[in-house]
Design a protein around this ligand. Structure first.
Ligand code: HSE
Length: 412
């Protein structure tokens, strides 16, 4: 594309306005927003009224619009906009992780069939350029693991709780006020937003496509003072960690679980809306990427980078998809966990082999459990108001250790 790009933008919330600001200050990009599609035309806007439309067709049917930038929060409406645009041969940039993660195989197929490019760097970890890094830099590296703090809002809440003794509710309100949280903040604090990002990152890291609903995620919504006290007494902080890990036998484990982190852990000092991604590979060893994961300007900057990439006809090639033949998704992973409930432990039907500790009005246990088991009992854990966190590196399950270890797995 060697001409000035004409952009049809959908959404003018925190990220849409961020993009507008970033784009108007960027010096070397030939791109212009010609129309902005919004849900509510009557809302007061900072830009001239003629730029806005409440009719999506005005953008989608306009042959002069080369690129559709989709920045709305409604994942279903976003899916319609993105698929329609691709089918009309329009390139698309989106930040909608929920939509991309839930439909990735179809979105890849549409790009192949219609030749248009779909870029979504802003969907995962805000301003950290992780998708293109995994696509291009780690094209041939032997990746072992990609893990990180993928949600700015929950990290902001945890930081405020641990560093400023703010209440959970106040911290969440602040995250919402700053435009970090999703329209439905359950997606942030329940771990679902991190899970969508993990599904996208796993596709670009390992070439495996896993529907987010198949991935275990546990959020910070049940975090209580007892858990904070436990963490502080043991010199830990808590971080919500998403992780994709490759096992020797070619299986990939995926999870999103809060983690107790020590001061020596790279995630310990990642605060507020910052995200972090740690990549571990055979030759480059460990690399850490840290940057703002939420907010209008950082996310707008990632969208700008995608728009700029379209000026030189960049597209994801999904090369690892064809190399992933020997890889399979697996929940066969043993994790060291802490589970705290406010109901008495025996009611959860625990089998021996775990350390447990009781406090006034509740108890917690520490022990090992299979990820597959956690997936099965997630609903029961949530109903019990349990807070779940891992301690350290998950351990690989090899044939010898598996039989011995599973004897100590809790049955709830
Ligand atoms: N709600 C998201 C977060 C926005 O807090 O990380 C960025 O994806």
């Amino acid at each position: 594309m060697n001409k000035k790009i004409k952009i049809g933008l959908f959404g003018f919330g925190c990220v849409g306005q961020g993009l507008y600001r970033v784009l108007s200050q960027a010096q070397h990009i030939q791109a212009e927003i010609v129309k902005i599609g919004v849900k509510d035309l009557s809302k007061p806007r900072t830009l001239p009224a003629h730029l806005f439309t409440g009719n999506a067709a005005e953008i989608l049917d306009d042959p002069s619009v080369d690129v559709v930038v989709e920045l709305i929060s409604d994942a279903e409406a976003a899916y319609d906009i993105v698929t329609t645009s691709l089918k009309r041969g329009k390139h698309v940039v989106t930040a909608n992780k929920k939509m991309v993660a839930a439909h990735l195989p179809e979105l890849v197929a549409l790009q192949e069939e219609y030749g248009a490019s779909l870029l979504y760097e802003a969907s995962s970890c805000g301003s950290i350029p992780i998708i293109r890094t995994l696509e291009e830099y780690y094209d041939n590296e032997l990746l072992h693991e990609v893990k990180g703090i993928f949600n700015g809002s929950s990290n902001f809440i945890l930081s405020k709780i641990f560093n400023e003794n703010l209440s959970y509710a106040t911290a969440l309100k602040q995250a919402q006020g700053l435009g970090f949280a999703e329209a439905d903040p359950t997606l942030d604090i329940g771990g679902y937003d991190s899970r969508s990002k993990l599904a996208i990152i796993a596709a670009h890291a390992f070439g495996i496509f896993v529907h987010p609903e198949e991935i275990f995620c546990y959020g910070i919504d049940n975090l209580k003072q007892q858990d904070i006290d436990f963490a502080k007494e043991n010199n830990f902080k808590i971080r919500l960690v998403a992780r994709a890990q490759k096992r020797a036998a070619g299986s990939i484990n995926l999870s999103v679980i809060p983690q107790f982190v020590k001061s020596t852990d790279k995630f310990y000092s990642v605060e507020n809306e910052y995200n972090a991604v740690l990549v571990e590979a055979a030759f480059s060893d460990q690399q850490a990427f840290i940057g703002k994961g939420a907010g209008g300007n950082p996310t707008g900057s990632a969208v700008l980078s995608d728009i700029s990439a379209l000026t030189y006809d960049y597209r994801y090639e999904y090369k690892k998809k064809s190399k992933a033949a020997g890889l399979s998704y697996s929940t066969d992973q043993l994790l060291e966990v802490y589970i705290r409930t406010n109901s008495a432990l025996p009611e959860l039907g625990l089998v021996p082999g775990w350390e447990s500790s009781h406090f006034n009005g509740g108890s917690y246990i520490k022990g090992k459990i299979l990820l597959s088991r956690l997936l099965n009992i997630k609903q029961a854990l949530q109903q019990a108001g349990a807070f779940v966190a891992t301690f350290s590196e998950a351990e690989a399950i090899n044939a010898e250790s598996k039989t011995a270890d599973t004897k100590t797995v809790v049955i709830i």
